[in-house]
Structure formats: C-alpha cells, structure tokens
Design a protein around this ligand. Structure first.
Ligand code: BES
Ligand code: ZN
Length: 635
C-alpha cells in the first residue's frame, strides 16, 4: 500500500450510497441476476486501485481496496464478483489513528459460471464482527483472457510503435479486471494509481490531466459515485487536443488532427446538452479515440467517452454517436438503471436525448433521417427477436444483459419518449426531463420507479392525455402500440423512390443526385434496392456511388451486408478487407451473419473470422463466434 494513496484517501470524504429503492411489485425483477455480490449485506462506498500495466504478460496486477459499509449487522461474509482473476491474498485494513493495521483473512473462490464468472467470498474476521465499515484489500492479477481488456501489440495501433490497452466494462466485464460488486445497483467513488512503461500515458473514467508528466506513474480520482460498469482504463501513446473550454480529444498522434476535425462540434453539443437537460455534473468531457478493434461505437465512460475510429468519416456524418455518449452523462451515468432488465432507462432515454441534440446541433432533416433509419432497424429486430424480449422492460429475469434484446431498448425506448413529447408538447416534456434528472441524480431506479414518477409528475397532473395503461403497454407488451408516432423523412423517401426507379431501369446511375445526399440517404438507398438485381447492375451502382471504397463505415456496413446476402462476389475482396479492418461488432457481425446464412458461404465466413479474430476484442469474438454454431441468436 503506498503512503501517497493513503494520504490522498484520508483527505477526501467517502460518499455513502445505498443500493437503489426496490419495487414492491415483484422483488425478483428489481434484483440483479448478473451478480453474485451480497449487496443486501454490504455495499461498496469507495474503491482504491493500485495497478501495474504489464504489456509483456498482458496482465494488470496490484490491489483493490474496497471501502464497504455493512448493512446487515449479522453479515460475516463479503461476496465479490470476479472473472479469470488470480487472487493472491486478501486482508482487512483497520485504521489506528494515522496508522493502518493489516488483519489477515481467509477467502475462497467458488464455482465458475460461464456467464457470471467466479464468486470470491471473503470472511470477515471476529475482530471486525461489529464494525460498520470494513476495508478488504484484494491482491490480484488479471488473466490475458480478461473479457474486458483489449491488449494491442504495436502493429494493431495507428502508430505501429507502442502497445495499447483499453477496457470495456459494460455490462458485466468490470469483474474481469477488478474484484468488486459488479452490479449497476451500487455506486461508489474511486481513486487509482496506475503504472505504465514510461512514455505511455494512462487514462481513466476519472479526472485526467492532459499535461501530466509522462513518467509512467499516474494518479486518478473519480469524486462522483458511479456504478461498476463505468470503471474504465486505457494506456498507450495518447495525446490531447482541446475542442473547447470543457471538451477535448485524446488519440494517437497519427489520428489527432483528423479526430479534432471530426469532433469539432463536441463543445457545442456539450453546451446544448447542459441547456436542455440540466447541469453537467462531471467536470470535463473528453473523447478517447481507440484503435479499430474497439467493439462498440462508443462507451459512455464518465468524463471520457471511448470511441471507435470508424467514426472518422472525414465529413462529421457519424457524430450522432458522440451526441449519444455525451447524453449518457445524464441518462445512465447520472440516473442509472438498477438492473440490466431496465436497460432502456439508459439506452432508450439516451437515444431520445441524442435525437434531440442532433435536431439542435445539425438540423431537423438530419435528425429525422437518423430517426427513420433507427426505426427501420427496430422493425428488423421485431422480425427476429422473440416477442417476450420485445417489451421495453420484459417481466423476466433470465435475459442476457448484452444480447437478448438487440437494439429494442434503444429505438423502442426512443419512440416511447417521442410519444410522450408528442402527447404533452415540448414545453411540458422538457420541464419533465430536467426535473427527472435532478430528482434522481446519482440514484439507481427501476422501470417501475420511472412509471410511478411519470404517473405522478405528468399523467396525473395533465389529466386526460395519456393513461398509465397506455404507458404500460410500451413497457410490457411486444412490438409497438397502435398509437405510436412513427418517424418520417422526405429525404429518405426520395432516396427510396430513386432506388426503385434505378432498379427498374427507369434512371441511369449517372442521373442519381448522389453529391446532394447525406450518408443516411445513401444507406437508405442501398437498403431500398430491388432484391433481384443482376451482377452487372450491382457493379454499376457500386462504381457510381463508390460503395466498396467508401470512407464511411456505416455505408460500407450497409453495402457489404447486401454484398454478402446477394453473394455479389465482385466485391468480396473489399468485404474481406472491411472485416479485417474493423472490430466494432455492429460493423462486422451482420456481415458474418449474412454470409453464414446465404446458403453457400458458411465456410468462407468461418475462414474470414478465423483470419481476423486475433485482432478483435474478446467481446467481439464472444458475439461473433456463435454465428458459426448451429443456432446463432440471429441478430
Ligand atoms: N453503452 C453503450 C454500449 C454498450 C451497450 C456496451 C450494452 C455494452 C452493453 C453505448 O452507449 C452505445 O449505445 N453505443 C452504441 C452507439 C450508438 C447507439 C449511437 C454503439 O456502440 O453502437
Ligand atoms: Zn448507449
């Protein structure tokens, strides 16, 4: 234990948090089924990490001190979540004035569950039987197989000279790099000391100093309490460019200029978000551009959103992901889903706030285009997802937190909130938004808590507009209610019309007004092409729109899904290149699914995956591997 960390620790207060209020309807639904932690007995209030980043062994090693409060006076065991961690030793710290005594203790690792990992049980010694606060310290190391950690050799980074590390903790991967209560129901603050090889910088979902001396020894503080899935770390040759007073971007030097250009609107988004949703509670807001293997578009790690470099289209056409991750600073990070079943409270709310931000920062047309594309994706989800998972908050407990629902929580949640806005009008609904974030700031809530609040603050105040039953239909029924307000876009309708005309041969490819099109219109055009086009026609449209060579990863995704579905072999080389180039699940998994399902290319799909998987993040491999089994979940 370093004295610097202990001094640091004693100078700051510990924020007390309890697990969120539970609903009295069905306690099984308010419980987190994805954690072993006994949160009814002990809750974590603060974590102090002391970690070394060992690039050669591809492990983090060090210790986690957990400042825990006892809720149940009779509790004598603490159960933490772990996955693939080697636990070397556990002791308790007891403060004796300015000194800390170490009390040795016993621990056991239980049976491993494939989804949940391995419970770590720590026995509280007799001498601490009456203590209200206990401080177990776990000395441990991660495994190179840690599901959260992407370890990149230099050749998989933009610069090619330095290695890089980054984490992805959501939904239940924090336990694979920190032994902790890995549930969104518990919030804690944290401090960390992280050592890296000199010259490389470490960053966390905490206060980061862009001007820090790059001596390989870094200190972090996250003073606001956060749930475990927002624990995040990265290390590499990362540099900083300011985007505005409160915002900036970290990237490898090779990508810094392009990143600063692409995300130049971030400060304006930040200011708009504060004006619309209430005060930003986290200090600075920075972006971190990761290598292509990052498995998501973005991850809302507080103060430092992690982003895929596939957003660097050169024309700012994909920055709705930044609006999305920024909006999570309110929906998700400030007001958090109590369990993953309530995920729509994070993702549906955020998709709606993203839509609202896009309307202001860009224009109504662009927001409408994105809204319609999302709606179409939702319709595809309804076709292939079991109706019992189509409810916003299914009344079930066994849903896989990362896959079962596809993007239903996002787009159906978004449409639900648009429906409320439409029913009550913008003025009333905007007031509801800011009240909601301020009333539940730094709390965790269930769907049922939300519906009660909505009832009290909107339905019962403005009588005769919507009933609770209408709201509950969205929460608990599959599909969309009949009175949903459906998205429309003139621009996309025009693009679909042109796709039909060109497919029928009524129009030459040269006559298409492609230069006026947004990326969203091109995507819609591709999806609206006739299913039976000849190879010659597909070659013609590929050439006319530059599809196989596009710099826009969303256009490439849309095109290569078609290429794979239609077995358009002239574009297979570029499709294979796309699958090698990106590791973002959204950009590649549907192409593998289309290849595996086109009746002829299962073997090719397997070969392409086996050639590329070494460069993907473990989370991406876990999503894509099952595509080649007999019963993929079909997303
Ligand atoms: N929090 C999510 C990413 C996530 C979700 C990780 C579930 C693990 C489990 C993030 O905010 C997100 O939604 N990313 C999207 C962005 C998009 C919808 C704008 C993505 O990665 O595509
Ligand atoms: Zn999100």
């Amino acid at each position: 234990m370093t004295t610097r960390i202990l001094i640091f620790l004693m100078t700051i207060g510990v924020v007390a948090c309890s697990p969120g209020s539970s609903t009295d309807r069905d306690p099984a639904l308010a419980k987190d089924h994805y954690s072993f932690a006994n949160v009814e007995q002990f809750v974590t209030e603060q974590i102090v990490l002391n970690l070394n980043v060992d690039f050669e062994a591809q492990v983090l090693n060090g210790s986690a001190m957990l400042f825990m409060r006892r809720i149940d006076p009779d509790a004598r065991e603490i159960v933490l979540d772990t996955r693939d961690l080697t636990v070397e030793n556990v002791e308790f710290l007891v403060s004796r004035g300015k000194e800390w005594d170490e009390i040795p203790t016993e621990h056991t690792l239980g049976e491993t569950d494939a989804l949940l990992g391995t419970p770590l049980t720590i026995y509280v010694p007799d001498s601490l039987a009456d203590a209200e606060h206990v401080v177990p310290v776990v000395h441990y190391r991660t495994s190179p197989e840690s599901t959260a950690l992407g370890w990149l050799p230099p050749e998989l980074t933009a610069g090619g000279e330095h290695p890089m590390l980054y984490s992805q903790s959501q939904a239940i991967h924090a336990r694979s790099w920190i032994p902790l209560q890995d549930t969104p129901a518990v919030r804690f603050t944290y401090l960390a000391r992280v050592r890296t090889p000199p010259g490389l910088i470490a960053l966390m979902s905490a206060e980061n100093d862009p001007d820090v001396e790059r001596d390989g020894d870094y200190y972090f503080e996250m003073p606001q309490p956060i749930p475990s899935y927002l624990m995040a770390i990265a290390a590499g040759n990362l540099h900083f460019a300011a985007l505005g007073e409160d915002t900036g971007v970290y990237a490898e030097p090779e990508l810094l200029e392009a990143s600063a250009y692409e995300f130049a609107d971030t400060q304006a988004m930040f200011e708009t978000a504060e004006a619309m949703f209430g005060p930003y509670q986290w200090g600075r807001y920075d972006l971190l551009i990761l290598p292509p293997s990052f498995p998501y578009g973005g991850m809302e790690n507080p103060r430092l959103s992690f982003l895929t470099p596939s957003l660097l289209a050169g024309d700012r056409s994909l920055v709705s992901v930044v609006a999305h991750e920024l909006a999570h600073s309110w929906s998700g990070n400030l007001v958090t889903n109590q369990t993953w079943r309530d995920g729509w409270l994070n993702e549906g709310w955020t998709s709606y706030l993203e839509f609202r931000l896009m309307q202001v920062i860009y224009d109504e047309d662009r927001a409408a285009e994105e809204n319609l594309l999302n709606y179409e994706e939702l319709l595809l989800n309804f076709e292939r997802i079991d109706p019992k998972y189509q409810a916003l908050a299914p009344r079930i407990t066994e849903l896989d937190p990362e896959s079962g629902q596809g993007t239903i929580a996002y787009h159906k949640g978004n449409l639900f909130l648009q429906y409320l806005e439409h029913a009550y009008g913008r003025e009333i609904f905007d007031q509801f938004i800011t009240d909601y974030f301020s009333d539940f700031a730094f709390q965790v809530i269930t769907t049922e808590d939300f519906v009660d609040y909505l009832d009290k603050r909107l339905l019962s105040v403005h009588h005769g507009i919507l009933t609770r039953e209408q709201v509950e239909r969205w929460m608990y029924e599959p599909g969309l209610p009949d009175d949903a307000v459906l998205p429309t876009s003139r621009n996309l309708d025009d693009a679909a019309e042109l796709a039909a005309m060109w497919s029928r041969g009524e129009l030459d490819a040269a006559e298409l007004p492609v230069t006026d099109w947004s990326a969203q219109a091109t995507i819609h055009f591709i999806n609206a092409l006739d299913p039976d086009l000849s190879t010659e026609k597909l070659v013609e449209i590929d050439k006319a729109l530059g599809l196989s060579d596009t710099q826009n990863a969303e256009i490439a995704r849309t095109w290569f899904i078609q290429v794979a579905t239609r077995r358009h072999e002239p574009a297979y080389d570029q499709m294979a290149e796309h699958l090698r180039k990106f590791g973002r699940v959204r950009l590649i998994r549907p192409i593998y699914v289309a290849l595996a399902g086109n009746g002829s290319d299962m073997q090719l799909a397997r070969e392409l995956f086996n050639a590329a998987r070494g460069a993907y993040h473990p989370i991406a491999n876990a999503y894509i591997g099952p595509v080649f089994e007999d019963d993929p979940d079909g997303e």
